[in-house]
Ligand binder design. Structure first.
Ligand code: CA
Length: 445
């Protein structure tokens, strides 16, 4: 789903690394749907049992410590050079925005078609640029703290309707970014198994609760926002600095047990219904790579409140994101019959009521300290249409209307063997499209 009318360029941050005509000497990068030369996302891959900081290019990866050792990256500060040798991206996230941009430029120079490095001896090239299937993706960062927001306004309205039919969108929603502090200990990398949680539920409102496996296991389609620069406690990050404190973006599935949620969520919000697992995609698509795909913030209506001054900078609410998002489901029966995964939903990050800068400015406004490697979830992103909803709770109207799949099977919530895949793609006229990769998980029960 393209929301082209919402899209604006952020010309100030565009440079030669965004040029649509730029090509890499690494053949698999040419026209790659997710990782062409213009993307250059960072991740961590375990190679021969050791986690290493890498950059994806097509079906290959640049082993950054190897590139450093072969003097293939120029113009880096000592802190950047040191960050490349770490087993995670926390030190890279702690760099300044200028240092992170300089690294992008160095990797771009290494990979571009006219690179001197392309003429180095083959053994050197092969030590630095390797097939990605020689490694295994692991979590990109040691996640210190995880906060899940609720910034998808259509989801907030739809979900609110199921839990509170009389007042779907609470009166605070358009004034204050809503979120809660989640667990970082149970955030795992895409592909990790999904075990159905047990918990306390109350199936009948006139009967006592019982402890059982969740029967309403659901997904939530969200974006991940990786935090870079931290702030000392008591020193908020203002709107105009907020973007420099964002390292990049990914995909997030906030697996949810709706029956546990319905019983436990009042008065303090989600707890065990959401702390059994959240899954993130492996690649941190940098703020630099996303520059061409920023969008105007969601339009506010004439009756909607304007954000309070601390949520507006010199450029108002900051920039939103134009990322086309999709989620597919494949069941065990579908795979056995060779059926393609079925698309459940197509939506767009443009349906976030609050911009990333507003989420960050709000989070720190009371004095809360963020640290490099912290993670935000945006909240479930749904569109307005029935085929653009970001959870089964919404797609089945609260578990009342089953989805019929291509296999003839029906689903209200997830069953054993079900595999969810979230993907994200950025397109804008005049620019090379890029993707965010995949965030997947299979329910094993
Ligand atoms: Ca969520």
């Amino acid at each position: 789903m393209s929301v082209a009318s919402h899209t604006v360029p952020s010309l100030a941050s565009l440079d030669h690394t965004h040029a649509a005509h730029a090509r890499s000497w690494v053949d698999s990068g040419a026209g790659h749907g997710d990782f062409p030369l213009q993307n250059l996302p960072l991740g961590v891959m375990e190679i021969d049992g050791t986690p290493r900081v890498v950059v994806a290019i097509g079906e290959h990866m640049v082993d950054l410590p190897a590139a450093r050792d072969h003097q293939a990256l120029g113009g880096l500060t000592p802190a950047t050079v040191a960050a490349l040798g770490q087993p995670d991206l926390n030190a890279w996230m702690a760099l300044s925005a200028a240092e992170r941009t300089a690294l992008r430029h160095a990797v771009f120079a290494l990979l571009s078609a006219d690179s001197d490095f392309a003429r180095r001896p083959a053994p050197v090239r092969d030590a630095v640029v390797r097939p990605r299937d020689e490694g295994r993706s692991v979590l990109p960062a040691r996640i210190g703290d995880y906060t899940d927001f609720y910034a998808g306004i259509h989801h907030a309205t739809n979900a609110g309707r199921f839990f509170r039919p009389d007042m779907p969108l609470l009166p605070n929603y358009k004034h204050v970014p809503i979120g809660y502090h989640g667990r970082s200990s149970t955030i795992e990398i895409s592909g990790s198994p999904v075990h159905r949680p047990q918990g306390q539920v109350r199936p009948q409102s006139d009967a006592p609760p019982v402890f059982q496996h969740s029967r309403k296991l659901d997904f939530e389609l969200e974006l991940a926002i990786w935090i870079s620069g931290g702030n000392p406690r008591g020193q908020p990050i203002a709107m105009d600095q907020a973007e420099t404190a964002i390292a990049g973006f990914g995909l997030l599935n906030d697996w949810s047990a709706r029956d546990i949620q319905a019983w436990e969520y009042q008065p303090l919000g989600p707890f065990l219904a959401k702390n059994f697992l959240s899954t993130v995609s492996p690649w941190v698509v940098t703020s630099d790579a996303m520059a061409p795909f920023r969008a105007m913030p969601m339009a506010r209506g004439a009756d909607d409140p304007q954000p309070l001054p601390y949520l507006q900078g010199a450029q108002g609410s900051g920039l939103g994101l134009d990322i086309a998002l999709e989620v597919t489901l494949s069941t065990e029966a579908m795979r056995a019959r060779g059926l393609e995964p079925q698309r459940l939903s197509r939506t767009n990050a443009a349906f976030l009521w609050w911009t990333p800068a507003q989420l960050l400015a709000h989070h720190t406004s009371g004095g809360c300290a963020l640290r490099p490697g912290d993670l935000f979830g945006t909240g479930t992103i749904s569109g307005e249409r029935p085929d653009s909803l970001g959870s089964l709770l919404e797609l089945t109207q609260g578990g009342r209307h089953a989805l019929t799949l291509a296999s003839g099977e029906e689903r209200l919530f997830l069953q054993a063997g079900d595999e969810l895949r979230i993907t994200g793609r950025c397109e804008r006229k005049g620019f090379q499209p890029i993707g965010l990769g995949v965030c997947s998980g299979r329910v094993l029960d």
